[in-house]
Design a protein around this ligand. Structure first.
Ligand SMILES: Cc1ncc(COP(=O)(O)O)c(C=O)c1O
Length: 440
């Protein structure tokens, strides 16, 4: 039996009991359950990098506003489907202040997480034009969104953006759009899982092609403002969060409270539809929804059917956060900057011990320090590396499920690792490196 930092026999047995043949294909939640099982038996604390759980306490502005709303009795009332007035107006102002984009409050709609906002947007985007039955993901991407497509039984195409950065993005996108079957393009920026940040040139390309081919852009801003290389935290002052909305009106933005405001547990986000798309009539929607205006179908047909609105009290929490940011009373970038500091140290520890950063560049710059980074180790496939790292008390997920064509890569999330665990991480990675000589 091998001598590894986490008991070899227990890890081997728990992997076997999980029934997962290839850990490279396991979902995030399957890895979470496996690590929980190992920890329960061994009592050893893992350096957990598999799940994007915020590692910061929610701001009191949010929790106090939510408590107050509950005390005022909002739990009694069904919220309006399109959201409370405060959240709509403050969100519209937030988008103006931090993106320099105008969206009327009517198009700013609270949803139970960006998960639901995305689902509703995908659902309707897929029905706007009968000839356009396929969505296009700029990958790597957030695996659960692909799961949503499976639930919807909708078609999607995708490509790994790694080799198509900058001007090269145009031809690649057009090779799909020319076929005439694409209804929407989906990406997150900053990107989960690679932390690639699309730049203005790339967003301009995407926006101009959205106009040319009449497709919807679904821009997922789950990590709003978290490209810490540029400080977008001052309301109404450049620089702003980069966005495709500068280059097209065919857009939908997903703004989540989960990471930026550490409010994941309350499942609160905003689905923000451009003024043009909100009122645009798509005759093909009529058959299924008996209505043809995009915004109307989203709110009064789809969100009504999915959950009949979003939690009343948490709308007050997010409204209070938007308001505090708009009035310069809360700096949301500073609130989460510690993720970048952690990423810097953690990446260094991996690099010193033979690992490589897989998505290493943002065109000509090193990838920024943020919520995620990607790692590989020479000679290991992603499934093998996840497995082997478990014996060393480190957990991560594979990039394969994220639509990456790098079969050797893992996504590492920094949020759950506490700074006090860095010595443990260092020791475990050193041991890993010693035990796995790299043959050059
Ligand atoms: C890119 C991306 N989109 C959406 C979500 C989900 O956001 P929410 O918690 O608001 O549902 C996440 C969460 O990890 C994400 O990374």
């Amino acid at each position: 039996m091998k001598n590894t930092p986490i008991n070899y026999e227990v890890v081997t047995r728990k992997i076997k009991e999980s029934g997962i043949n290839d850990l490279g294909k396991a979902t995030i939640r399957e890895i979470v359950a496996l690590v929980n099982n190992i920890t329960e038996e061994t009592g050893d604390k893992f350096v957990r990098m598999e799940m994007g759980v915020p590692g910061i306490k929610p701001p009191e502005i949010a929790t106090n506003a939510e408590i107050q709303a509950l005390k005022n009795g909002v739990a009694r009332d069904y919220p309006m489907l399109d959201g409370i007035k405060e959240i709509k107006t403050e969100c519209s102002k937030f988008i103006k202040n931090f993106m320099d984009i105008d969206i009327k409050p009517e198009g700013c709609i609270p949803t139970t997480g960006a998960m639901q906002g995305g689902y509703a947007a995908f659902l309707v985007a897929g029905k706007c034009n009968e000839k356009k039955d396929t969505a296009l993901f700029i990958d790597p991407g957030f695996p659960v969104q692909k799961q949503q497509f499976k639930v919807l039984n909708y078609k999607f195409d995708s490509f790994d953006v790694y080799n198509y950065r900058g001007a090269k993005l145009k031809d690649k996108l057009e090779s799909f759009l020319k076929k005439g079957n694409i209804n929407s393009i989906i990406y997150s920026n900053p990107n989960n899982p690679t932390w690639v940040c699309l730049n203005e040139e790339e967003l301009k390309i995407i926006g101009e092609l959205a106009n040319k081919y009449d497709v919807l852009i679904i821009e997922d801003l789950a990590y709003f403002g978290m490209d810490f290389r540029r400080d977008i935290s001052k309301p109404g002052v450049p620089p702003y969060q980069p966005t495709v909305a500068k280059y097209t009106d065919n857009y939908i933005l997903l703004i989540s409270s989960s990471k930026v405001f550490s409010y994941a547990g309350q499942r609160m986000a905003m689905l923000c539809i451009s003024d043009k798309i909100f009122h645009r009539k798509y005759p093909d929607l009529k058959k299924q929804f008996n209505a043809e205006e995009f915004g109307y179908v989203i709110i009064l047909r789809v969100l009504y059917a999915l959950s009949s609105g979003a939690s009343h009290s948490s709308q007050y929490a997010l409204a209070a956060m938007f308001k505090a940011c708009n009035e310069g009373r809360y700096n949301f970038v500073e609130g989460v900057r510690e993720y970048a500091e952690k990423a810097k140290t953690m990446k260094k520890l991996f690099l010193e011990n033979g690992f490589k950063i897989v998505y290493d560049k943002d065109i000509d710059q090193d990838i920024a320090d943020g919520f995620y980074f990607t790692i590989s180790y020479p000679g290991f496939s992603s499934g093998e590396l996840i497995k082997e790292l478990l014996y060393y008390g480190v957990s991560a997920i594979s990039l394969i499920n994220c639509g990456s064509n790098k079969t050797e890569g893992l996504r590492a999330c920094v949020s759950q690792t506490q700074k006090e665990q860095f010595p443990d991480l260092e020791y475990r990675l050193k041991r890993f490196h010693e035990d796995h000589a790299i043959n050059i």
